[in-house]
Structures are given as structure tokens and as C-alpha cells.
Ligand binder design. Structure first.
Ligand SMILES: C[S@@+](CC[C@H](N)C(=O)[O-])C[C@H]1O[C@@H](n2cnc3c(N)ncnc32)[C@H](O)[C@@H]1O
Length: 310
């Protein structure tokens, strides 16, 4: 028997809360964000003070959840109102998670894209004037746009497209393919995406085809080390520990003058991550912040030695 527990969580804390809840045995991987802003919210959504989160908690763990949340607030040095239980009720686990995803996920606008899913009726939900429509294919790979780091990366894709020299793009950890497809929709003709997630490549290719850019996007199952050659732009919306490990490899994938976006960096790991990219010979261009998340733009100098000098 499970309980559906609805929480109000101070915005910016929800992703780490969901990850920790799963690790601690609360939520069993079924955590879900609720978007309270209605249809076609725009970027203002990120300034919402709180996010709703659902956890499916085994009955045996229900009593311990409250104490665990209090300890978490104390460990994060936030007051106890940052994470509040709104209500709890016996959960119907027979609900198809795919249908649940469909009922919870909301179209959004970001970086001049109107993002909707393939189950939304395009005639009822046309792209906002001036926006590029971007259509998601639901699936289990990461990258529905619900995560702030994906939206940060979408903004970086638009900026890189306007500033990078022409040439092929690499999307490291492509997930759903959302960033690769966005780049292709902007006009990039050669976008390569890879991800070790076994569901990613198929989902990314389906999404590219649905958006009419199937001939511009290639995707396969693999890690960064499965790529060869140099790229005018590299997008790596990953997480800090992995970015630190692969900083020198990412730098080597850039053509001289090429631009790299490295995102998914939680604030407390920014400085260590920055040090690795600097040590790899890249030039810092800009830093974006949203809540606890950081994402940075780097450039490979036209003439410089590249590699891990740390
Ligand atoms: C934060 S998700 C980003 C997904 C999508 N690009 C987005 O921005 O929403 C990070 C992705 O990196 C993938 N990943 C993990 N380790 C990797 C590695 N060593 N090389 C490439 N991708 C990796 C994960 O499977 C995951 O899909």
C-alpha cells in the first residue's frame, strides 16, 4: 500500500529533494513536479516561489517522512516552511505513469521556442507569434523541459547559434534530444547527440523526425568517448561531478574558437567545476544562474594548448 503525498517545496530545492527522497526510499522513483501555472506558461514561471511535488510513499515509511523532511531543512539551513506536506491520501498505483505524465506536463515558452508535446492539439495550441514550435515525444529519457537546467541550456543553444562559427554541433547527454532538435530548428545542419541511456537515441531521433529536422540530427547510445573529431559548438547539460571528470575531453572536442555550454552544475560545485575547465585551457565567457543551478559558456582560444593541466 502506498500513499500519495503532495508537498510544497521552495523553488530551486525540488530536484535535489526528489533525488534524495528516492535514495532514502521515500518516493520509490515516482516523484513528480506539478506545474501550477496553467497552459503555456512563459519564463516568468521560474520566479514562482514554490513548486508542488508528489511522492508515492510506502505506508511503512509514511510516519518517518515528516522527520526526514525536517532534518533535510536543517541540513540545507532553510527554515521548516521551505518544505511542507500539503496533504496525503491512499495512492492508486494502477494509474498509468504515461497518462499521469500527460496530465501533469504543461507546454511552456523558453528562449523563443513554444514547447509542446505530440499529444497536444496543434490547432488549439499554436506557437506564440515569432516563436519556433518545438514538439516533444514523451518517453523516459531526461529532457522534458520541466527541469530548470534544460531551460537554461535551451537559452544557451540560442545564444551559441547566434555567436558560434558555422560547423557541426555535439550534444553530450542528449536525453530526449530536446537541445539537439532546438539547434537544428534554429538552422544548424549537423547536430550529433549521444547518451548512455538505452532509451535516449530512439526518442531523440523520433523527436527530430517529428520536428522535420530528421536529416540534421544524428543520435546514438554512448558516452562522450564514443565521439571523434572537432565541433564548432558543444552542449553538455550534465552534472558537476561528470563535467569535472570530462572537462579536458570536452575541451578537446572543440574547434579553435568553438563554444561550449556546460550546465547542470549545482551552486556549491561551481567553483571546483570552473577550475577544471580553466585548467583544460578554455576561456570563461559567461555564467547563468537559476535558483541553485549554474551553467557556463566557455570558448576554446584560437591558439592555445588544450588538455588537462590540473
Ligand atoms: C541532465 S540530463 C540532460 C538531458 C538533456 N540534454 C537536457 O538538457 O534536458 C544528462 C544526460 O546525460 C546522460 N549521461 C550520463 N553520463 C553520461 C556520459 N558519460 N556521457 C554522455 N552522457 C551521459 C544521462 O543519461 C542524461 O540523459
Amino acid at each position: 500500500m502506498h500513499w500519495l503525498v503532495r508537498l510544497s517545496v521552495r523553488s530551486g530545492l525540488e530536484d535535489e529533494l526528489l533525488a534524495l527522497a528516492e535514495r532514502a526510499g521515500f518516493g520509490t522513483g515516482a516523484g513528480l513536479r506539478e506545474y501550477p501555472h496553467g497552459l503555456l506558461a512563459d519564463e516568468a514561471e521560474e520566479s514562482l516561489p514554490e513548486t508542488r511535488v508528489h511522492l508515492w510513499v510506502p505506508s511503512a515509511d509514511l510516519a518517518a517522512l515528516e522527520g526526514w523532511l525536517t532534518e533535510l531543512c536543517s541540513a540545507w539551513s532553510v527554515d521548516a516552511t521551505a518544505i511542507r506536506i500539503l496533504d496525503q491520501q491512499p495512492a492508486d498505483l494502477s494509474v498509468d505513469p504515461e497518462r499521469l505524465w500527460q496530465s501533469q506536463w504543461r507546454p511552456f515558452r523558453c528562449a523563443g521556442f513554444t514547447v509542446r508535446a505530440n499529444f497536444h492539439d496543434a490547432t488549439l495550441l499554436p506557437a506564440k507569434a515569432g516563436d519556433l514550435p518545438l514538439i516533444l515525444v514523451p518517453g523516459s529519457a531526461f529532457g522534458t523541459g520541466g527541469h530548470p537546467t534544460t531551460r537554461m541550456a535551451l537559452r544557451a543553444v540560442r545564444r551559441i547559434h547566434s555567436e558560434a562559427v558555422p560547423g557541426p554541433w555535439l550534444d553530450v547527454g542528449t536525453g530526449s534530444g530536446i537541445l539537439a532538435v532546438a539547434a537544428a530548428l534554429l538552422g544548424e545542419t549537423s547536430v550529433f547527440g549521444m547518451d548512455p541511456d538505452p532509451h535516449s537515441a530512439e526518442q531523440a531521433l523520433a523527436m527530430a523526425a517529428l520536428n522535420g529536422v530528421g536529416s540534421r540530427v544524428s543520435a546514438w547510445r554512448g558516452r562522450l568517448d564514443s565521439t571523434r573529431g572537432r565541433f564548432a559548438a558543444v552542449v553538455a547539460n550534465l552534472f558537476a561531478d561528470l563535467l569535472q571528470d570530462v572537462a579536458a575531453d570536452l575541451a578537446e572536442r572543440l574547434e579553435p574558437g568553438g563554444l561550449l555550454y556546460a550546465g547542470g552544475i549545482v551552486d556549491r560545485k561551481w567553483e571546483a567545476t570552473q577550475a577544471r575547465f580553466t585548467a583544460a585551457g578554455l576561456q570563461f565567457v559567461d555564467l547563468a544562474s537559476r535558483g541553485r543551478w549554474r551553467g557556463a559558456l566557455w570558448q576554446r582560444p584560437v591558439a592555445a594548448r588544450i588538455g588537462n593541466r590540473s
